[in-house]
Design a protein around this ligand. Structure first.
Ligand SMILES: [Zn+2]
Length: 282
């Protein structure tokens, strides 16, 4: 009798292992079994591309002390990052009214890649007081590298800070602009503390391991309206477990979220308000 029970236990164990193996082999690299890519091109957002790159193409480990928060914001263990999360750490403003962001671009990128990266910079500069300038001697600067995944630190950290744009998955104008918005200090639009007035987060549809990417923060909203069309907004199917929407607009169900390439008008207003820029500074 004992032998039969033991045999049954071993059998159950082997079947469970097989099921796990089957599940692993059939699923994409890191994704949930039911993951489906957003098929409707009108619903695509820059963040969808970032999620695809970071979850399916990149290694999830940055280094021992750095992790990704909200999917693409690098956070290092240490006091400074946490402070920057609570209120954005701003880049210094020059006496001429511009906010200069010195940059270095890795020599690993092709000429075409560099063109796209510069297009991403122009996207931010147009209609704002921000200017990206090649680094000469400045202490604080961004170092754009083709590391694993698309990610950036939040705001100015002081000294050199990496922006990773993996090649080719992250070298797309919308993705680049999105990461530069993090550099300037902005989190994702649906992380606003008042987001529940505008959107409903469909918790049961979210891939269980990624629930934390839908946290809310005590954000500084700069007296600007909730921006469904922000380049910082997640798409409707972000981190979906089974292809069902994870965020839906409260009033108008057909409202489109996010952007694929450009900043929204309100995104530009956010930059100018945070950095106290006047029309004369553009
Ligand atoms: Zn992001």
């Amino acid at each position: 009798m004992v032998q039969i029970i033991l045999l049954c236990m071993v059998f159950t164990c082997v079947s469970a292992m097989q099921a796990q193996m089957h599940r692993y082999l059939l699923s994409s690299k890191w994704g949930p079994v039911g993951y489906k890519e957003v098929e409707d091109p009108t619903q695509k957002t820059a963040m969808d591309e970032i999620i695809k790159a970071n979850e399916f193409m990149a290694s999830r480990v940055i280094d021992g002390t750095t992790t990704l928060r909200e999917g693409d914001i690098a956070v290092s263990t240490g006091r400074r990052s946490k402070v920057c999360f609570a209120r954005s750490c701003q880049w210094a403003k020059s006496v001429d009214g511009h906010v200069y962001i010195p940059y270095k671009i890795s020599p690993d990128y092709s000429e075409m890649d560099i063109k796209l990266i510069k297009k991403g910079m122009e996207n931010i500069e147009k209609g704002t007081c921000v200017r990206f300038v090649p680094r000469t001697h400045q202490r604080d600067y961004i170092d754009i590298q083709a590391q694993s995944g698309c990610w950036s630190y939040l705001g100015a950290r002081g000294g050199k800070q990496t922006v990773s744009l993996q090649n080719p998955h992250c070298v797309q104008v919308g993705v680049i602009s999105h990461e530069f918005m993090h550099v300037l200090g902005f989190v994702h639009e649906q992380s606003r503390f008042d987001r529940d007035n505008y959107v409903t987060v469909m918790w049961p549809n979210i891939w269980r391991d990624r629930l934390r990417n839908f946290e809310k923060f005590k954000t500084e909203n700069l007296d600007l309206p909730y921006d469904f069309g922000s380049i910082m907004h997640f798409g409707k199917y972000a981190y979906s477990q089974d292809g069902e929407p994870t965020i839906v607009p409260k009033n108008n169900q057909r409202m489109k979220f996010g952007q694929t390439e450009h900043l929204s008008h309100i995104d530009k207003m956010k930059i100018n308000k945070l950095y106290k820029c006047d029309d004369d500074d553009f």
